[in-house]
Design a protein around this ligand. Structure first.
Ligand SMILES: *[C@@H]1O[C@H](CO)[C@@H](O)[C@H](O)[C@H]1NC(C)=O
Ligand SMILES: *[C@@H]1O[C@H](CO)[C@@H](O)[C@H](O)[C@H]1NC(C)=O
Ligand SMILES: *[C@@H]1O[C@H](CO)[C@@H](O)[C@H](O)[C@H]1NC(C)=O
Ligand SMILES: *[C@@H]1O[C@H](CO)[C@@H](O)[C@H](O)[C@H]1NC(C)=O
Length: 166
């Protein structure tokens, strides 16, 4: 087939597809990396990690963090704390120890396949399980502790629920 004919056929095909179909919700897991926890008796405990949602509808990256009183468990649970991009939130889905806990995430973004504006948003929810030596802790300062996620490792947060939202 002549190349220009092939190109014009491809062009016609692309025009025939409704634009909303060109990018689909993939449902791929979010990924969490570089988790860092610092606990020192004289300061608040602080937690941070980076998060990426590879879904082609959003492809968003954000930094999530939180602080709570040393020795307390006043981290977000049930509700979510906003990440650097407020469309993404996190909480402590479960906690046994700093070697075994899970982070819940939610992400709101636009998906024009679910409806017309303003009914064109979805919220995805997922959970990232941190156990099996993914995080190692060591002493820090006077009676403190620092825990870090293994270098270069990524923890998946598979999507467990999706809702559409105004
Ligand atoms: C997602 O975003 C990153 C950085 O912002 C970019 O390098 C990458 O090409 C994007 N991926 C897709 C599939 O758009
Ligand atoms: C400790 O965390 C609490 C709750 O997030 C905050 O209100 C307070 O300002 C923090 N204190 C310090 C010294 O960072
Ligand atoms: C992690 O904690 C959960 C909940 O308490 C428990 O069921 C699980 O066995 C623990 N896993 C490890 C590796 O300790
Ligand atoms: C925040 O996330 C939303 C939804 O994923 C995206 O549309 C927006 O561009 C992001 N904003 C920034 C500043 O990255």
């Amino acid at each position: 087939m002549h190349i220009s004919l092939l190109l014009s056929l491809l062009h016609a095909l692309a025009l025939a597809l409704p634009s909303g179909l060109s990018t689909h919700f993939s449902g791929d897991p979010l990924t969490l990396a570089n988790l860092l926890l610092v606990r020192e008796p004289t300061a608040n405990a602080t937690l941070s990690f980076s998060i990426h949602d590879p879904d082609p509808l959003t492809n968003a990256t954000a930094l999530c963090s939180g602080a709570w009183r040393y020795g307390s468990k006043a981290w977000p649970s049930g509700s979510y704390w906003s990440c650097s991009n407020a469309s993404i939130g996190w909480n402590m889905a479960s906690w046994t120890s700093w070697g075994n806990f899970s982070i819940g995430v939610e992400h709101a973004f636009q998906d024009s396949s679910v409806g017309k504006p303003p009914y064109d948003h979805v919220v995805t929810f997922g959970t990232a399980v941190y156990d099996g030596g993914l995080v190692t802790c060591g002493p820090r300062g006077e009676g403190g502790e620092v825990c870090i996620q293994r270098g270069g490792s990524v923890v998946l947060a598979p999507i467990t629920r999706v809702i559409s939202k105004r």
